[in-house]
Design a binder for this molecule. Structure first.
Ligand code: AMP
Ligand code: TRP
Length: 333
C-alpha cells in the first residue's frame, strides 16, 4: 500500500471559532482523517505576534482544542497539538529565517495589513510570521496544506524557502502544495456579505460555533439581505441572500435550485428561519460534546500530551537532517 499523504494545517487560538471555520475547515478536516495522515496544530506562537491577554489566550487555546475534538476530529487518527509544545517549530523557524530574504517578507500582504492595524507594535515576530508558518509545514514533510485564499501567499513563501534549501543541500524538505477541498463554501460576513466571515470582526457579523440557539436566530434574522424578496443565488447582485443560501446548502446538502424552489413564495423571514434551524441543528451536537469535553480535563490532558509526543517524533527526524545539512555541532560526536 502506498504511504498516505500528509496534511498539516494550523489554526490560531484567538477569539471565537466561527461557522466559517466549521464549514470551511473543521468539517472538512474530519472528512480527511481516514484518507490522509493529518496534523492540526493550534498555533499559539503565531498568536503572540499581536499582544494578547495571557489569561484569555490560555483559555482560548483550550477552548480551541475542545472545539476541534467536539467537531469530530478524532485525536487517535489525527495528531492534534499545541505548536509551542513542540520546540522544533521555533528551532526550524530560526534556521529558515537565515534562508528567507527581507524583500520576500516585505511583500507579504498580511504583514502590511497587520502592521497598519497594530501600528504601535510592529514587532519582528509579525514580520517573520510566515517563516514560522513555513517551519510548521516543512517540519512534518507535509504534502498538502488546507488553507484559505488569504494564506496562499504564505504557502508560496514556504514553497520557495523549501526549494531554496533543497537546491543548496539536496532533498531535505517535501515541497508542499495547497489543498482546496471540493466542498466548503466561503462563508461571508452577515453584515458585509462581500467580506469573509471572520472571528476578528464585530460580534454581529459572525456566528460562533458556541453561540446559543437564540443568538444564532437573532444574528441570522438581522443578517443583511436586499430590498427584493426573491431567494435566488446571485452572489454578485444578491450577496447577502446568496451567502445564506450557501450556508443552508452546505449544511443540508441541498442544491441552490432546490433551495430556491423551497422558498419561491415565502419571502426572507421564513428563509432566514430555515437557515437558523439548519445552523442550530448542525451546531447543537457540537456544543453538547464541547460541554462534555471541556469539563474533562483528564481527557484534554491526554490528548494534548499524546499529540505533542507524536508530533515531536516526526519533527525530530526532520531536525536531525536539517542540523546535519547546515553544519550545526552534532549532539553526539
Ligand atoms: P482563520 O480563522 O482565518 O485562521 O482560518 C482558519 C481556517 O478556517 C482556514 O482553513 C480558513 O480557510 C477557514 N475559514 C476561516 N473563515 C472562513 C470562512 N468565512 N469561510 C470558509 N472558511 C473559513
Ligand atoms: N497563518 C495561518 C492563518 O492565520 C495559520 C497557520 C499557521 C497555518 N501555521 C500554519 C496554516 C501552517 C496552515 C499551515 O490562518
Amino acid at each position: 500500500m502506498e504511504a498516505k499523504k500528509r496534511i498539516f494545517s494550523g489554526i490560531q487560538p484567538t477569539g471565537n471559532l466561527t461557522l466559517g471555520n466549521y464549514i470551511g475547515a473543521l468539517r472538512n478536516f474530519s472528512l480527511l482523517q481516514d484518507e490522509y495522515d493529518c496534523l492540526y496544530s493550534i498555533v499559539d506562537l503565531h498568536a503572540i505576534t499581536v499582544r494578547q491577554n495571557p489569561a484569555e489566550l490560555r483559555k482560548a487555546c483550550l477552548r480551541t482544542l475542545a472545539i476541534f475534538l467536539a467537531s469530530g476530529l478524532d485525536p487517535e487518527k489525527n495528531i492534534i497539538y499545541f505548536q509551542s509544545h513542540v520546540h522544533q517549530h521555533a528551532e526550524l523557524s530560526w534556521i529558515l529565517n537565515c534562508f528567507t530574504y527581507m524583500g520576500e517578507l516585505s511583500r507579504m500582504t498580511q504583514f502590511k495589513d497587520k502592521s497598519q492595524k497594530h501600528a504601535d507594535n510592529i514587532n519582528a515576530g509579525l514580520f517573520t510570521y510566515p517563516v514560522l508558518m513555513a517551519a510548521d509545514i516543512l517540519l512534518y514533510q507535509t504534502d498538502l496544506v488546507p488553507i484559505g485564499a488569504d494564506q496562499k501567499q504564505h504557502l508560496e513563501l514556504a514553497r520557495n524557502v523549501a526549494d531554496r534549501f533543497n537546491k543548496i543541500y539536496g532533498d531535505v524538505f517535501v515541497v508542499p502544495e495547497g489543498y482546496f477541498p471540493k466542498v466548503g463554501a466561503r462563508v461571508m460576513s452577515l453584515q458585509e456579505p462581500t467580506r469573509k466571515m471572520s472571528k476578528s470582526d464585530p460580534e454581529d457579523t459572525y456566528i460562533a460555533i458556541l453561540d446559543n440557539p437564540d443568538i444564532i436566530r437573532k444574528k441570522l434574522r438581522r443578517a443583511i439581505t436586499d430590498s427584493e424578496s426573491e431567494v435566488r443565488f446571485d452572489p454578485e447582485n444578491k450577496p447577502g441572500v446568496s451567502n445564506l443560501m450557501s450556508i443552508l446548502s452546505a449544511l443540508s446538502g441541498k442544491s441552490m435550485e432546490a433551495i430556491q424552489a423551497d422558498f419561491a413564495n415565502t419571502g426572507y423571514g421564513a428563509f432566514k428561519d430555515a437557515v437558523a434551524d439548519a445552523v442550530i441543528s448542525a451546531l447543537e451536537p457540537i456544543q453538547k460534546r464541547y460541554a462534555e469535553i471541556s469539563a474533562d480535563k483528564e481527557y484534554l490532558q491526554k490528548v494534548l500530551t499524546s499529540g505533542a509526543e507524536r508530533a515531536d517524533a516526526i519533527a525530530r527526524r526532520t531536525m536531525r537532517k536539517v542540523r546535519k545539512k547546515v553544519g550545526l555541532a552534532p549532539l553526539e560526536l
